[in-house]
Design a protein around this ligand. Sequence first.
Ligand SMILES: [Mn+2]
Length: 494
Amino acid sequence: MTNADGGDKDVDNVIRIMVSTDNHLGYLGNDRIRGEDSFVAFEEMLQLAVSEDVDMILLGGDLFHHAVPGQYALHKCLELLRRYTFGDKPVSLEILSDQSRCFHNAVNESVNYEDPNLNISLPVFSIHGNHDDPSGAGRLSTLDLLSTAGLVNYFGRWTDLTKLEISPVLLRKGETHLALYGLSHITDLRLIHLFEEFKVTMQCHTENSTDQSAEDEESNWFHLMVVHQNRANRGHKQYLPEELLPAFLNLIIWGHEHDCRIEPELNVKRDFYVSQPGSSVPTSLSEGESIKKHVGLLEIYKNKFQLKPLPLKTVRPFIFESINLSDMAAELGLDEGDAKSKVEKFARMKIEEMIERSKDRLTGHPKQPEIPLIRLRLLYPNESYMFNTIRFGQEYNSRVANPADIVHFKKLIQKSKAETINLDKEAMKKALEMENTTRVEELVDRYFDEAQGQKPLKLLHSKALAEITFRLVERHDPNAADNIVNFLLGAPRW
Ligand SMILES: [Mn+2]
């Protein structure tokens, strides 16, 4: 187990969760080739959950691609959930909290497996994402329909946009206590403002038996959160910085980002882990979406966890490659004659090679579609290199799943060549020779004193760099760079 020795865990005490996100059911539902892809991958996840005999499934939002899904997508989802999550097997998760506020549009105001009129063997818990967020009359998400039907435990739904009070779903299995926090998608800008105004409160649940010490109590609860926000920095206030989330959390399952980064990553500032499972179906032909798709088997024992990535074997092979045609100009002779035809010929050769490579992604699973997704991105410096990509794609109608957009031309933005600055060995030697240079920040400072004039720094003054070095090395301050840069920019610190 991560940060654990494994210990004496046993089946009755370990909470096992199948983790998946961004299933985008109904994505390209009308596409003759790709129409079934989202359902096939979702069904594989459900089958894995059953075969791994997990206690619950946790979804990170965007179960549906459209806020109002078509009949087919909705029917397919209902059918799959009925088939895999109903049954006689008892659910071993005991619910400890008063759930009347936690579950949205649940007829019995609690988890579906406590509803005496339903026979649930595998509970599904889900927040909503930005694709299946509430809309229309009554502000309903499709998850509300699933919740009312008793198929999904829809939680983490905010109802008041002026403040967020996130209280956990409390679950227990033997010795393991799980506090499950959900935050359904909310625009990043609004969320950041709520954080800045201290209007986000997350109840840290440590309550246990009163005769234990505070330390024991804390270690008895595992704090798991699921969010659906931008994680990558997409501009100021256009993403949720991980460190805005409270340090008492142990693990965050991050939805919304489609690239698979499922291996838990430690956030050193907060001392929690973040796992980003990624989507189960690619919805854009980007490089990140070509990373192999996974779901996760999360096991929690007391305050320890381990997360085992399980590769999805039914996902359509997808090969992405990006080529800068400027780099190929000499080799392909693009500066003379018919550049367009030469580029087209090169692209044809490349596509063949990529189709060949896609075969490495075949898993042998009977439901995996074999016709691959292929995306060749060509960066071009001028229009004379471009050919008609629609006509080009028609040649691959039966061999590639996305014939209309195999080749994507992208204009190369000419940047002034970055100057390569090498270490000034002479200046470094002089700096090292100086007496009393015992501190690393002095070394930085003196090096730039010696080298100044020839190679001044362009982004930061050398004094600032020296200060950052000092704080990092001497003070072990992991925020040093952020703080100094923010100070220099005059930006608010939040
Ligand atoms: Mn999504």
